[in-house]
Design a protein around this ligand. Sequence first.
Ligand code: THU
Length: 134
Amino acid sequence: MSADLVQAAIAAMAKAYAPYSKFPVGAAVRGASGAVYAGCNVENAAYPQGCCAETSAISALVLGGETRLVEVAVAGPGDHLVTPCGGCRQRLREFAADAVKVHICGPEGLRRTVALGDLLPLSFGPQHLGGEGG
Ligand code: THU
């Protein structure tokens, strides 16, 4: 059920610290346990030190003792689909299979759902190094 994840991402968007871009983003990931972990973007006066919402949510997942995620939601403002940036696609891929659904949301709710493997095809991951991720 994605409704709770979508709502968590939208709620996280409202907590974003984005005084420079004025572009608040929220993200929520569901761990394999079923627990939901949310995050928001946290910008910095030294611009490159800012952190994406997806990265924050992944940190919460790991802090929660999980390293597998089974569903993702990202929420952002404006008319365009706010999809995860390239770096965050790779960060998500570390903990998720290609089939994992990524729900792209606006402030009003779900806009589109795509598979992580479609956002980052032919990706490099833990298996290349003998790991069990992905
Ligand atoms: N941002 C995210 O948090 N996630 C994305 O996938 C796209 C971009 C943030 C970074 C920055 O704080 C703001 O959106 C504008 O780029």
